[in-house]
Design a protein around this ligand. Structure first.
Ligand SMILES: [Zn+2]
Length: 148
C-alpha cells in the first residue's frame, strides 16, 4: 500500500509494506565496531525521530552504507548513511534562489535528512522503483567495547 508523506520539501510516496519486507531479508551488514555501534545507538534516539524512519518502512538498524567520521566535542559520533525505500518522490515548489542548506531537512540539531534518486548500494533484491533517504546524524557511543 502506498503512503504519502511530506518531509521537508519532499513529497514522498512509499510502499511501506514492500519496504518493510526488504528490511526483513538477509542483508550483508558490516561488523566493524563503528557500524555495530550505529545499529544499537540508532535505537536510542527520541521515539518521534525514530518514527521518521519506521513510518516509511525502514528498520534503522539494517543499513549497508554507512560512513563514520570523528566524534565531536559532545563526544557524539558523526555518521552519514542511506536507506533505500520502495517508492518515489517529487519536490515541492523549488524557489529559484535556493540556498545550499535548504537541500537538507533539519530534523533536529543531531539529524538532517534528504531524499535522492542517486542510487548506491541498493541490495539486488529490492523491487523498483527505489529512492534513497540519506541522512547525517550524531550518535552516542553505546557499545561496551571502546571506539577504535
Ligand atoms: Zn563498518
Amino acid at each position: 500500500m502506498n503512503n504519502i508523506a511530506q518531509i521537508g520539501q519532499w513529497n514522498v510516496t512509499v510502499d511501506i509494506e514492500a519496504t518493510q519486507e526488504q528490511y526483513k531479508k538477509r542483508w550483508d551488514l558490516c561488523d566493524c565496531t563503528y557500524c555495530m555501534n550505529f545499529y544499537e545507538a540508532i535505537k536510542t534516539i527520541p521515539e518521534n525521530t525514530y518514527k521518521l524512519f519506521t513510518q516509511l518502512g525502514i528498520n534503522p538498524s539494517v543499513i549497508n552504507h554507512l560512513s563514520h567520521f570523528e566524534e565531536n566535542e559532545e563526544k557524539l559520533h558523526h555518521y552519514i548513511g542511506c536507506y533505500p525505500l520502495v517508492g518515489s518522490f517529487s519536490m515541492l515548489g523549488k524557489k529559484s534562489k535556493q540556498k545550499e542548506d535548504e537541500e537538507f531537512f533539519t530534523v533536529n540539531k543531531h539529524l538532517s535528512i534528504w531524499f535522492t534518486n542517486d542510487l548506491e548500494f541498493v541490495p539486488g533484491f529490492f523491487p523498483r522503483p527505489v529512492i534513497q533517504l540519506e541522512f547525517e546524524i550524531y550518535l552516542p557511543w553505546v557499545l561496551d567495547e571502546p571506539a577504535e
